[in-house]
Ligand binder design. Structure first.
Ligand code: AQP
Length: 321
């Protein structure tokens, strides 16, 4: 089984990225043929600062490795190091119905949030389809926000196969119900571009400030509260064990849940979960040459796979003469 997923180096990676995708990818390392990549070409749709993109790419790589990804047990690379993906994107663009792309809500959401409405942002789902189809992935673990983009990839694979003959594996999304949409500190989807994240690698006072800023309502401590409508409760669920969550649930429904106290508990749980990884990340970042070497080796492996698919595609569509 080939499992593939990518992450944008468009800002500090956050616990939504971790629970929505990174954790699943790392846990699949032993049992699958795993493809993990840093999608810097996608990040170009929102990051136009050279330094930010270049640094963000190395940082995202360090994040993944520090969290436990073993580059010897997967193919781990940077998207732009395998430019074959751009050629496949073009081929797919020529069969992508405008209506299909116009229905994608992520484009509209991002424009509404102030990201410039470029052609690149609009055609993001076609590049994502190329990412997936180039490596013939069977499954793609993503958060719920990417479900529609996965459907575009499936539609394009089916359309291409029908038009030119069996070529692509039709990929399946893998979305965990419990972590499908991790809320940000303001209750919207946690998102780098919304400024509402809890970054995985934030620490000390800055992390405390962010956790204490989680928005909650003004219900007094002793009054019952609705856990299903509480942002803090949803975040606690990601970290606390089952027994503690039962106690917290009872405090919510019967009264007695103190938001300030729970936030401090969440802070402890965050430090416990990510403390070691933070130290490891510093080690990786202290040796950027080693990071680059790991990524270059991964790109070589990825390109070998990409070339096989692209040769087949070129032949199917008439680009080999
Ligand atoms: N809040 C979230 N809950 C669950 N999963 C999430 N993901 C992102 N946010 C959440 C999943 O993380 C993976 C990598 O995402 P990405 O960085 O490539 O792009 P994104 O989904 O657009 O993430 P952001 O933080 O919202 O980035 P910006 O603001 O730059 O667009 C994906 O599988 C995603 O589903």
């Amino acid at each position: 089984m080939k499992i593939l997923s990518g992450i944008q180096p468009s800002g500090q990676l956050h616990i939504g990225n971790y629970f929505g995708m990174m954790q699943t990818m790392i846990s699949n390392m032993e049992s699958s043929e795993l493809y993990v990549f840093i999608v810097d070409l996608h990040a170009l749709t929102s990051v136009h600062d050279r330094e930010k993109l270049a640094t963000g790419t190395l940082e995202a790589a360090a994040d993944f490795l520090a969290l436990g990804l073993d580059p010897d047990k997967c193919i781990f690379w940077v998207q732009s190091d395998v430019p074959e993906v751009c050629e496949l994107m073009w081929a797919l663009s020529t069969i992508s119905p405008m209506g299909l792309l116009e229905r994608c809500h992520s484009y509209k959401d991002k424009v509404a949030k102030g990201i410039a409405p470029s052609h690149g942002l609009f055609s993001y789902p076609v590049l994502m389809a190329a990412d997936i189809l180039l490596y013939q992935a069977d499954r793609v673990p993503v958060g719920k926000d990417q479900k529609q983009h996965l459907e575009v990839a499936r539609d394009l694979a089916i359309k291409f196969n029908n038009q030119y003959g069996e070529t692509f594996v039709v990929p399946e999304p893998a979305i965990s119900e419990t972590t499908a949409i991790v809320p940000g500190i303001d209750g919207q989807k946690m998102s780098k571009s919304y400024g509402n994240t809890i970054p995985i690698f934030l620490e000390g006072k800055q992390l405390k400030k962010r956790v204490m800023a989680i928005e909650t309502d003004a219900t007094p401590v002793e009054m019952p509260k609705d856990p299903d409508n509480c942002n803090l409760y949803k975040l606690m669920q990601l970290f606390a064990d089952k027994e503690r969550m039962e106690q917290i649930h009872s405090l919510y429904v019967n009264g007695g849940a103190a938001y300030g106290y729970l936030k401090l508990e969440l802070l402890d749980l965050l430090n416990e979960k990510f403390g070691k990884a933070r130290e490891k990340k510093k080690e990786y970042l202290s040796d950027p040459q080693m990071l680059r070497a790991i990524l270059a080796k991964g790109a070589d492996k990825a390109r070998e796979k990409a070339t096989v698919t692209l040769d087949l595609v070129r032949d199917r569509i008439g680009l080999s003469y």
